[in-house]
Design a protein around this ligand. Sequence first.
Ligand code: SAH
Length: 352
Amino acid sequence: MGTAADLAEALIRQMDEDGPISVAAYMEAANDFYYASHDPFGAKGDFITAPEISQMFGELIGIWVADLCTRAQAEVVHYVELGPGRGTLAADALRAMSVLGRQPDVHFVETSPVLRRLQRERVPGAHWHKDITTLPTDAPLVIIANEFFDALPYRQYIQTYSGWRERMVRHDGEGFVPVPGNEPAEDRVPEHLHHAIAGSIYETSPAGMAVARALAGKIQRQGGAMLVIDYGHEDYAAGDTLQALNAHAYADVFSNPGLNDLTAHVDFTALARTGKLGHVRVHGPVSQSYFLSTMGIAARAAALARHHPERAGEIGAAHHRLVDEEEMGALFKALAMVNTKWPKAAGFELVV
Ligand code: SAH
């Protein structure tokens, strides 16, 4: 594989030949290189995710899976994870499931060779897939996606004085810059935004919604469920949420493609609509705080602290970080899609 400079050169060459490329094409090329080239997580990396903050996150998800499969009376299921990162969530979830007597086959959808290697160390018996088309069809799938959909390519549209245009990326000799495309794009933007003020931005993730739609179909055909946790919003209005992270700090989205992590907020309203189009039952979205609290994170934190008094401070801090509204609790949301013949999933309604 080449360097980030090679990627920039290849993009410039492509732009010289074909003109500006979409923000989605830029994001896809940048993120493919980014994830393929290194391990982005942890203190030395660019960002940290919930499973890397505490084992409690993956454990509660393992309990969620085991509880749902037990109540659905599904003996055999496949545990599927989309973009499993370092494999930490899966390792914690599988340990919790095993305590509850479940040892499902494990299927990881992962494109990055570097992360596949780390995942193999954590979960040696897993099967790897480069996309969802090769997932097994012989049994229900219980699918987990934490911070996966935010990394898929997003298209952006911008309102100009001549109407809506897709936002494109060109190279002006000094660097990459976003520019409005030439073609009218009104028909790609929801009607309530047609008269938004100039400069307004509308984002969609056709790639993400296609994956969600296909998985909803599989769940409804084979049985199973999908749990999506990501940062995002409901009731999408307009706004530019595309961001670049490098060494835990914000960077410029259009500088140094391939060296920063590019993500955008997940549109949970669109995700819920996609699930409904796939005829699955949709739970949520609820806040991450609501989901983890309903799943019993407070009791798990207390039990862990009792067993490891020397780590009580660290466990309390992790609990706070995952659920506090000022930290990850409110910005991150959880949504589930469940086969309509399966029971309701836990975590979305308080059962008293
Ligand atoms: N779920 C993990 C990692 C989130 S980062 C965690 O919570 O820590 C995003 C993950 O998705 C990485 O593993 C990345 O390599 C993977 N990924 C990104 N784009 C992908 C794609 N198009 N197909 C499969 N995996 C992808």
